[in-house]
Design a protein around this ligand. Structure first.
Ligand SMILES: Cc1cc2nc3c(=O)[nH]c(=O)nc-3n(C[C@H](O)[C@H](O)[C@H](O)COP(=O)(O)OP(=O)(O)OC[C@H]3O[C@@H](n4cnc5c(N)ncnc54)[C@H](O)[C@@H]3O)c2cc1C
Length: 391
């Protein structure tokens, strides 16, 4: 049951606030909850009305579950109807490979994100949905943030601003230090829900098909539908007449069961996936979650990185509320590198392989013969972050 999302506590005013958190995805809501629980006056704002859906496979890996547990939210995936995931099945060029997953749960992002925002509100944060925010300049010990809602346009002040606007956020104006670069040739994310076809795919498994236009992940959702998420080459996708046709071709190439509904389903997309923001901080500003950088989804790491970076930013953000010191920016770069950077490097290497179906097929043969290295890799990606606050 999703908790109360109505703003409570303080009235929505210009402030000053201790912290303004822009974006109520996993990164923003978890960070807002951490800061509010530590006693800070926190304003959490999202441009969308909540609950809202998000282009995502909705798979929480072992790392995401560990971070939730360490934050006292271990029961959250169960509360939103999460289903356990036990294995990963890869299909490429008619070959199939199955690997056990050490842990995993699939959730509806609509319900998961709403519950996490409700947890931030329960910890004392004020949540303002439907507000498009834009980072402004410095005014004394504060940073300004302009928030536009229907019939309301105001500028608030906060001692620290956390930017957690995901892939498509436009909250960062020119003139600030952090800049996002999208990798040339980056694939785009696409997702849809298919009502039929759940009987063709085993529940509790992440099914992944690799083909020429990209790759497709399928998971049976709570309630029976099939959630389909894909990373597609935009040119190949256009050439085939859209994401449905491209996804259907990938399933056929890989030898996975066909889904007629793919070409008529309502697909939603993201901009280029592989990107990097540097630096990750400016005066009284920290960038986290997908807004800090992302690589193509692989076995479901993005939510884990978002949650882990949210917990890791809390220390520097609380220090910044006390007093801004330029060394906090370096501290955030270091922490982000430890918690997220190393794991993203593994996924970046994996995407190089995923772009070449012949190489995936060869890797499939090698892993079938010698599965140990692949098991170790999956264990590493699922391991809890080695970070003092998260153990
Ligand atoms: C196709 C695909 C499949 C994926 N599958 C998985 C998976 O199975 N498992 C997994 O772990 N990860 C997966 N991911 C990645 C995962 O979805 C993201 O990594 C995760 O959502 C990042 O969380 P976030 O909080 O940084 O950003 P988001 O969840 O994107 O949240 C950002 C929020 O900021 C808000 N916002 C943006 N701009 C503004 C603004 N200017 N003002 C106010 N609000 C703003 C948005 O409305 C949004 O609610 C997938 C991604 C894609 C594209």
């Amino acid at each position: 049951m999703t908790g109360n999302l109505t703003p409570t506590g303080w009235t929505y005013c210009e402030g000053p606030w201790d912290a303004a958190v822009i974006g109520a995805g996993p990164a923003g809501s978890m960070a807002a909850r951490e800061l509010a629980a530590a006693g800070a006056r926190v304003l959490l704002v999202d441009r969308r009305a909540f609950p809202r859906d998000k282009v995502c496979g909705g798979c929480l890996n072992g790392q995401a579950l560990a971070v939730l547990r360490s934050a006292g939210l271990g029961d959250l995936p169960g509360r939103v109807g999460g289903r356990a995931l036990g294995s990963f099945r890869l299909g490429v060029a008619g070959r199939s490979l199955r690997l056990e997953l050490p842990a995993g749960v699939v959730v509806s992002r609509e319900r998961f994100d709403a519950e996490l925002a409700a947890a931030a509100v329960a910890a004392g944060a004020m949540f303002v949905p439907g507000g498009e925010a834009r980072v402004g300049g410095i005014e004394g010990p504060f940073r300004r943030v302009r928030i536009r809602r229907v019939g309301d346009d105001r500028t608030i002040r906060a001692r620290v601003v956390l930017l957690a606007t995901g892939l498509g956020g436009r909250g960062l104006p020119d003139g600030l230090a952090p800049r996002t670069r999208v990798a040339p040739g980056s694939r785009v994310g696409m997702a849809c829900l298919v009502r039929g076809g759940a009987d063709l795919y085993e529940a509790g498994t992440i099914h992944m098909a690799v083909g020429t236009p990209g790759y497709v992940g399928l998971v049976v959702q709570d309630g029976g539908g099939l959630h389909v998420a894909a990373a597609l080459d935009p040119a190949e996708c256009r050439w085939r007449g859209g994401p449905g046709a491209a996804a259907a071709e990938i399933l056929a190439e890989a030898g996975l069961p066909a889904l007629d509904e793919l070409t008529t389903a309502a697909w939603r997309g993201t901009p280029g996936l592989t990107r990097r923001t540097r630096p990750l901080a400016d005066d009284r500003l920290f960038v986290l979650g997908d807004a800090a950088g992302y690589v193509e989804p692989f076995t479901g790491e993005g939510i884990a990185w978002a949650l882990a970076s949210a917990r890791a930013v809390a220390g520097p953000a609380l220090d910044a509320i006390e007093r801004w010191d330029v060394r906090l920016a370096d501290e955030w770069e270091r922490r982000h590198g430890r918690v997220v950077g190393r794991r993203q490097a593994i996924c970046r290497a994996a995407t190089v392989v995923l772009r070449r179906p012949w190489l995936v097929r060869a890797a499939c043969d090698v892993v079938s013969a010698v599965p140990y290295p692949a098991r170790r890799l999956i264990e590493r990606l699922n391991a809890p972050p080695c970070f003092p606050e998260m153990t």
